[in-house]
Design a binder for this molecule. Structure first.
Ligand SMILES: [Zn+2]
Length: 113
């Protein structure tokens, strides 16, 4: 291997590493997007469950039915868990986004409701 071959190989290797770095960055951004979308969907799901719960309870009482036992993990507990995991659960543009370690007063308000 002559010296110019070594330089060429090094240049190729550097280009490959740069490509891998760029792919890694893109993949990281994509993963963050997917996770945040997943969290947003989970929150919406919890909110819908809470709504259904509220709708069904008065009907059950009207019909003299026993109110079904509460599920062990309530919606608010799930929201609290997501907040603890580091995601926004407050409504608005931050909904489902990662908090990056910051506390959020709007989220805490949701939890205290
Ligand atoms: Zn928030």
């Amino acid at each position: 291997m002559n010296r110019s071959d070594i330089f060429e190989k090094l240049a190729n290797l550097e280009a490959n590493i740069n490509q891998i770095n760029s792919d890694m960055g893109n993949l990281k951004n994509l993963t963050v997007e997917v996770i945040e979308e997943n969290v947003a969907l989970q929150i919406e799901n919890e909110n819908l469950k809470t709504l259904i719960d509220k709708e069904e309870k008065p009907k059950a009482v009207e019909n003299g039915k026993k109110i079904p036992k509460k599920q062990p993990l309530r919606s608010k507990d799930n929201l609290a868990m997501l907040y603890k995991e580091g995601f926004h659960i407050c409504n608005g543009e931050l909904f489902g986004k990662h908090r990056k370690g910051d506390d959020c007063l709007f989220c805490l308000e949701v939890l205290s409701e």
